[in-house]
Design a protein around this ligand. Sequence first.
Ligand SMILES: Nc1ncnc2c1ncn2[C@@H]1O[C@H](COP(=O)(O)OP(=O)(O)O)[C@@H](O)[C@H]1O
Ligand SMILES: O=C(CO)[C@@H](O)[C@H](O)COP(=O)(O)O
Length: 492
Amino acid sequence: MTYLGLDIGTTATKAILVDDRQSVLAAATVASRIDQPAPGLSEQDPDTWIAGVRLALARLRDEAGPAYGAVRAIGLSGHMHSVALLDDGLHPVRPALLWNDTRGQAQAQRLLQDVPDISRATGVRPMASFSAAKLLWIRENDPAAFAATRHVLWAKDYVRLWLTGALATDMSDAAGSQLFDQQNRTWFAPVRDYLGLGPAILPELRDGTDCAGRLRTATARDLGLPPGIAVATGGGDTPVGAVGLGRVDAGQSYISLGTGAVYVTVQDTYAPDEAVGLHTFAHCVPRRWYQMAAMLNGASCLAWVAALCRESDLPALLRRVEARGPGPSRILFQPYLRGERTPHDDALARGAFIGLDASCDVVDLARAVLEGVAFSLRQGQDLLACQQAISGPVPLIGGGARSPEWARIMATVLGRDLVIPRNAEHACALGAARLGMVADGWTMADAMPAFEIAQAIAPDHEAIPLYDAQYAQFERLYPAIRSIGQGTAAGL
Ligand SMILES: Nc1ncnc2c1ncn2[C@@H]1O[C@H](COP(=O)(O)OP(=O)(O)O)[C@@H](O)[C@H]1O
Ligand SMILES: O=C(CO)[C@@H](O)[C@H](O)COP(=O)(O)O
């Protein structure tokens, strides 16, 4: 008896096969194409999500052998906010604007002005990342696509549509749309009406643990899976990561360092604080919400600086950073390469290095990047901690968690113990498989045990005061150069 988890990540699709004790039997990762032809633009063709799943499953099938044919249920996770618009025939009418596409900034401002109570009802101030601003941008800039739209789905929902034929979404992807009433867990009519979306355009809402449909016979044959198996509704990657860690109880936190970065704390009541740029969203599991600081610029900043400096071996670069000895660096890096959400809500914010001198080399730049992303997460931690205490060691997942060197810098900047869970890279895919288990009849308690620790990361206590001083400088940087960054972004 096995379970399949699919995670439609921003940079890669991941598939994982586990047995009923959740031992990983096989895993596959397939890189995704992203089109980013100019600053602020970030798109994906929804059909690449299906192509990624197809290829990942072919690899999983080769690796796993007979266990692959014994799958009892499938669960899904996907990057959030990236909305797929489908026509009458359920085909995409245009590429999806991804969560880190910031074209909808002016539209977000208009939503804030024109829709009373939007922030309190939807759990966050309107921002370009969220689906409502994207839909408004498309209505104004691609009216033919908007007019042809009959259905709106999120990344994992489009994959599930292909698997089962069911049109649905879960509470957590709905929560990230800014079209959702977080308290009552239902669509929020004032935004829907403002956008001019008929009620039938938004899909049926379900919990992520529900069975949303059964695997179609033809698709099952094509994929080599049993027909008719349950496919869970699934969820957005942020809450599904929490499921993969077994951290779904109030007060439990975790950090994900993927393309972006999120710092999450689970809640069992809806308690928004939209004023400070935190997000308060419904969870993919029933009767839970979560509060998060969400940064557009996470481990992608490391990939960026490595590519810029033609360093193709990330682990080798990170070892060179560590070999330089303890930080902080004498250079400051502001990581807003794609604008930023928490804490600034500024699509036109831009990146910066400050303090360069003639002796700086790639290792100095890389260290400054690792620290700048960590400082950004500390700003998120400071905001979250105003709402509720963050207790105990915090687990770190996502591609960035592959680096113990980065985790050490992060622990020191955050001033707290971190832990790298076993299967940290697969947390969202594992969470997806766990949603599949619940859809197959398991209880949440049995399907979602706490993670096992692969590595404990303690802060460097001697370096904490030095990093505190550098963090104070970091906090001064954005207000000092905001207008310059906005000016260059606007082409002034
Ligand atoms: N060895 C490594 N150390 C630190 N970061 C890494 C390493 N390998 C990959 N990464 C980072 O992981 C990021 C991708 O993380 P991942 O969680 O897989 O992304 P996503 O789910 O957003 O597609 C890349 O931006 C890359 O910089
Ligand atoms: O915008 C958010 C959450 O609100 C992002 O977390 C996306 O959901 C994509 O995550 P990664 O690809 O960076 O893991």
